[in-house]
Design a protein around this ligand. Structure first.
Ligand SMILES: *Cc1c(COP(=O)(O)O)cnc(C)c1O
Length: 499
């Protein structure tokens, strides 16, 4: 019987070319993912053959379920190789262990869950009464605020200096105590590309038995290959006291989205990351990560890219990104009215207004980004932030630099200069003015209708389209109380995808 087509089988017919043409049309409206015109979100190696290799690897794993590496043994082999390479470049010792996750946020969530469980198990928090704390500079990625919320901890943000983009180790160490479940430092941070004081903080954590996570989601796959890597203070698993580290393959691993690694200094710590249960009538569940059934596509792509590049390939691509970053830092420094914020480390930077020049010569970074966008360059606007110590972090515009940026510099640099020339002297959007579109008395609770009406009053939310100029929108984000604007942003995004 086997091999003979079933008589009763009806054919399923469809026009695959037409479906894919429809998909292509949708994709054509996206911001360009290649060529260096979008300086955030996408990490273009500039090597088309690498993209094709990744695509082929994804294709081969299409039907596999990454849930069970004992049934799909390829998954175990791929993960073993990826983790081994990661431990090799990130200083894991003989007792270190790691897991491949679905992305930076999942790595951060699992780092927090693991530390919280170990903190509970240690009994150090017993008798404290309140929930445990997660201590980190305010520049720690928002994923840690999410993790604190999900895992019942309080996010205790340490103010940073606008000059350096980070804080002194002492400011973090001052907050350590038995109720601290975890300290997080970044290598480097996303908003200002600042390298946090990893060594001193990790040493203090070790002395108090507190977990210390290094968030190298953005730096982890490029700083080890950075041209002047040796001149950086140590920041990886080699640093005594660092208990875990996250590094995203879907950033400077040049892999399609959906893959990161979370490394732990010891196997025993890593085991606390797992969830296992036999207390149900189904298959025994053993999950190292948050998901159950999962794709192994991005894992295979990461594995293939690591095989293709090796340390030498990563080093060459890092050199391209580094050269482009240096050119951009010099270019921004040369633009009257703008300055590079803080002391960036690695392939990213934030740009702020240079307050040293008279107001008429200043360039507002959000107007600048809007002007650059008109010319086809997408830069990421970051709102300012009031800190607990009363010191306000300025609003900035973020640039993530990738290997392909080097090839785009001849167009990019003149575009950045021209955008600054176009908006020089234009004052930042006035908060009082943008707040005029918001009713003075906001309802206590914004339901979907009320939030939608508010958005409509601001000219937003119709079909999810964002305004041409984002600076006024960002000013609103800065001016409104966090809970109100957070609710409005939820509404805006929900309406974007609502059927
Ligand atoms: C990107 C990033 C994250 C979160 O990663 P996702 O992959 O976007 O979920 C966390 N920390 C830092 C420093 C990052 O750059």
């Amino acid at each position: 019987m086997l091999g003979r087509p079933l008589r009763t089988m009806t054919r399923v017919t469809f026009d695959d070319a037409a479906i894919l043409a429809e998909l292509d049309a949708l994709r054509a409206a996206d911001a360009p993912t290649h060529g260096g015109r979008v300086l955030s979100y996408v990490y273009d190696s500039g090597v088309p053959q690498l993209d094709e290799l990744a695509a082929q690897a994804v294709r081969r794993m299409q039907a596999v379920n990454g849930l069970d590496p004992t049934t799909f043994t390829s998954v175990a082999a791929l993960e073993r190789d990826v983790v081994a390479f990661a431990l090799g470049i990130l200083g894991g010792g003989v007792d270190a262990a790691g897991t491949v996750t679905s992305g930076g946020t999942e790595s951060c969530l699992l780092a927090v869950k693991t530390a919280r469980d170990l903190w509970h198990a240690s009994g150090r928090g017993a008798g404290q009464g309140g929930p445990g704390r997660l201590v980190a500079p305010v520049t720690a990625h928002a994923a840690f605020r999410k993790a604190a919320e999900l895992f019942g901890l309080v996010f205790d943000g340490v103010p940073v200096s606008p000059e350096t983009g980070t804080c002194d180790a002492a400011a973090i160490i001052d907050r350590l105590g038995p109720d601290v479940a975890l300290v997080v430092v970044s290598a480097p941070s996303y908003p200002f590309a600042a390298m946090d004081p990893v060594g001193a903080v990790a040493a203090a954590c070790a002395a108090s038995g507190i977990s210390c996570h290094v968030d190298a989601c953005i730096g982890g796959w490029i700083l080890p290959f950075w041209p002047d890597a040796a001149s950086l203070p140590a920041w990886d698993l080699r640093v005594p006291g660092v208990t875990s580290l996250s590094a995203d393959l879907h950033k400077y691993g040049y892999t399609p989205k959906g893959v990161s690694v979370l490394l732990h200094a010891t196997r025993d710590r890593q085991r606390a990351q797992y969830f296992a249960t036999t207390d149900w009538p189904g298959y025994p569940v053993v999950n190292p990560t948050l998901l159950g059934s999962k794709s192994a596509g991005a894992l295979a792509a990461a594995w293939a890219i690591i095989r293709a590049l090796g340390a030498d390939g990563f080093t060459e691509l890092a050199a391209r990104a580094a050269r482009a970053t240096h050119v951009l830092i010099a270019a921004v420094a040369g633009i009257e009215g703008l300055r590079v914020a803080g002391r960036p480390v690695g392939p990213l930077l934030a740009v702020a207004t240079d307050e040293q020049v008279p107001p008429k010569r200043r360039v507002d970074p959000h107007h600048w980004a809007d002007a650059a966008r008109t010319a086809g360059w997408v830069l990421q606007q970051q709102p300012g932030l009031g800190q607990a110590d009363g010191i306000r972090l300025p609003h900035t515009t973020h640039l993530t630099v990738t290997p392909v940026t080097e090839a785009a510099l001849d167009e990019l640099v003149p575009a950045l200069v021209a955008a600054a020339d176009a908006v020089r002297g234009e004052p930042p959007v006035d908060a009082a003015q943008v707040l005029q579109v918001v009713p003075a008395q906001l309802p206590e609770r914004l339901d979907s209708d009320a939030a939608g009406a508010l958005l409509a009053g601001m000219g937003l939310g119709g079909g999810g389209a964002l305004p041409e100029r984002m600076a006024p929108f960002l000013a609103l984000v800065e001016a409104l109380p966090h809970p109100v604007v957070e609710r409005l942003l939820v509404e805006l995004l929900a309406r974007t995808v609502a059927p």
